[in-house]
Design a protein around this ligand. Structure first.
Ligand SMILES: Nc1ccccc1C(=O)C[C@H](N)C(=O)O
Ligand SMILES: [Zn+2]
Ligand SMILES: [Zn+2]
Length: 208
């Protein structure tokens, strides 16, 4: 039996976006009747909608763009852990978890409680999370919230410290129905050459 768990948030009209950011829209801009053969869709969205990855260019003008990222980090063994009921996560909380040999870590914070609304308060990563995770060999961090920083942060300390420690960022995954443990993750970004991030279809498969 091949099981695959979809941990992506559906992209649909009305999906929550960052306050002030571009609303998501899909429309058939050229109908089958008009074209004579096919329906042709048009997509308008902020890249930071739903389940997506950030490229360093998102928070650093000199940073790498999507096509320059390490593709192999978005496929492979990932561990899903839960750290909930805390307003932030740093080395202290992370120390409780066995992370040896783990490259990709997905954290269920359970702090985005209503998926139909943009959250007002989320569990974020503190400055010492990046260095601690890097020391453990983590290269990709995934969270079930729209940001690794506080929603009102302008300095984006977690984004910067994760990047400085060579850790790639995956945001907005949906881990609500996923049992904790190890999986094969696939969350490939689109080949957007100039982009600051990319929507991803993120899935977890049980290990064989
Ligand atoms: N889209 C935005 C609009 C305004 C201010 C921030 C954002 C963000 O996307 C930041 C967030 N940390 C993110 O990486 O998704
Ligand atoms: Zn983002
Ligand atoms: Zn981000």
């Amino acid at each position: 039996m091949t099981l695959m768990f979809d941990i992506s948030r559906p992209l649909v009209t009305g999906v929550p976006t960052w306050p002030g950011d571009t609303p998501f829209s899909y429309e058939v801009s050229w109908t089958k009747e008009q074209s004579g053969s096919v329906n042709v869709g048009k997509l308008t969205m902020s890249i930071h909608t739903g389940t997506h990855i950030d490229a360093p260019f998102h928070f650093d003008n000199e940073g790498r763009k999507v096509m320059e990222l390490d593709l192999e980090l978005y496929i492979g063994l990932a561990r899903v852990i839960e750290i909930s009921g805390t307003s932030s996560i740093g080395a202290e909380e992370l120390k409780a978890y066995e992370l040896d040999g783990i490259t990709r870590l997905l954290i269920r914070t359970n702090s985005w409680t209503n998926p139909n609304e943009f959250p007002t308060d989320i569990t974020y990563l503190r400055d010492d999370a990046g260095p601690y995770l890097a020391e453990k060999g983590i290269r990709l961090i995934g969270v079930d919230v729209p940001s690794v920083d506080p929603l009102d942060s302008k300095v984006l300390a977690a984004h910067h410290t994760l990047h400085a420690n060579d850790i790639h960022i995956l945001e907005g995954i949906d881990l609500a129905n996923i049992a904790l443990g190890d999986y094969e993750l696939i969350a490939l970004p689109l080949p957007l050459v100039e982009a600051d991030g990319s929507p991803v279809r993120a899935v977890l498969s049980p290990l064989k």
